[in-house]
Design a binder for this molecule. Structure first.
Ligand SMILES: NC(=O)c1ccc[n+]([C@@H]2O[C@H](COP(=O)([O-])OP(=O)(O)OC[C@H]3O[C@@H](n4cnc5c(N)ncnc54)[C@H](OP(=O)(O)O)[C@@H]3O)[C@@H](O)[C@H]2O)c1
Length: 330
């Protein structure tokens, strides 16, 4: 059935500026790491992207290797663009990345110019696009000079294959270096994509300070700790969950290990009149340096539940302390 987006879609979302750049991101963005591969149901993928766009989510995050199989999430999104979203291309912010293993031989992963540009060209083909909005180095490469990887990002932008350059999973120190090199090349580093959630706070030990100093925004991935920071695992491990999927990256023992903390956090969320997923999103967005929470979903309703977090009151000092006590009590 032909698609017409909701006419009130821009009234439901907030669009903060990404650092000091001109780029505005939705406070909640949708990632296609899981549930958009060729092993997944295409009509469910379509329903999720439509639902997100109808609710004001303008940003969709991909990478060359998302699937499984690797590359298939980009193909899924390419088909959705062709079927439903072609008239709305200029309303969409589409990102992809290169860094992880994609093809055999010495040029199929990491951060060489050879790999980065070939991979981006493959991504554009799968997506059916002339350019992506953001192109990321997905991970720092210990063996390639940073100048070469940043040079590849600069070339991607100058050649019109991408509008903005970003880095993901770079430490505070690596970020300073990458930002300096990109600035010298004349293509600013617009965005950083690190992991961040109530359980995973590594960005607080330096990275967020560097981003603040440099005026760079961030989009944080796994804000729900892959589903652990939701009410999904409170009673058991449901058969329809990432923790039981063969290709999932969430281990059941990791879920079980955190259960007592998750239940305690859930009590705080309920006392605030929020779901745990909503509180986890309110928590990551409390910091100005975090421009967008990059969620995943397996069904449309999860997206709507998570977006409702934007209507919540900020966390009080007492609530933040109670959350910390639960996290650091283990
Ligand atoms: N740059 C990187 O290295 C990197 C690495 C990882 C991810 N990412 C990006 O970050 C995105 C998000 O990662 P993620 O999927 O792990 O994020 P997440 O938001 O932490 O977890 C998403 C999962 O949580 C569950 N969920 C979501 N909303 C829910 C709700 N309201 N109630 C109950 N369960 C809910 C679903 O699990 P079920 O599927 O079990 O229902 C969903 O698949 C990825 O798609 C990707 O774009 C980037």
């Amino acid at each position: 059935m032909s698609y017409a987006p909701a006419s009130d879609r821009y009234q439901k979302m907030q669009y903060p500026r990404c650092g000091q750049s001109g780029l505005k991101l939705p406070s909640i963005s949708l990632g296609l790491w899981h549930n958009f591969g060729d092993v997944d149901d295409f009509e469910n993928a379509r329903a999720m992207v439509r639902c997100a766009f109808d609710a004001g989510v303008t940003h969709f995050d991909l990478a060359n290797n998302y699937g499984p199989t690797a590359g298939s999430a980009e193909r899924t999104f390419g088909k959705l663009l062709a079927d439903d979203f072609r008239p709305y291309r200029d309303e969409l912010l589409i990102s992809t990345k290169a860094g992880y293993g994609m093809w055999e031989g010495p040029y199929g992963e990491w951060g060489s110019r050879k790999y980065m540009i070939s991979s981006l060209d493959q991504s554009l083909k799968r997506l059916g696009l002339d350019y992506v909005d953001i192109f990321y180095s997905h991970r720092p490469d210990p063996d390639t000079p940073m100048e070469e990887t940043m040079g590849a990002l600069d070339f991607a932008v100058r050649s019109g294959r991408a509008l903005y350059a970003g880095i993901s999973n770079y430490s505070a120190e690596q970020t300073r270096e990458a930002v300096r090199i990109l600035r010298e090349l004349g293509t600013p580093c617009t965005i950083h994509q690190p992991s961040y959630n109530i359980f995973d706070r590594w960005v607080e030990s330096g990275l967020l300070d560097v981003l603040d100093d440099e005026g760079i925004g961030s989009i944080v991935f796994c804000p729900l700790a892959q589903g652990m920071l939701t009410n999904k695992y409170l009673e058991n491990v449901p058969s329809e969950s990432r923790a039981v999927k063969e290709h999932g990256c969430l281990r059941q023992d990791a879920v079980i290990e955190k259960l007592a903390q998750v239940r305690a956090l859930n009590e705080i969320a309920l006392a605030r009149g929020q779901s745990l997923a909503q509180m986890a999103i309110t928590w990551v967005l409390r910091r100005g340096t975090v421009t967008s929470a990059l969620i995943g979903a397996s069904r449309p309703q999860q997206i709507l539940d998570n977006i409702a977090a934007l209507n919540a009151a900020s966390l009080s000092t007492e609530e933040l302390q109670a959350i910390d006590e639960i996290c650091f009590s283990a």
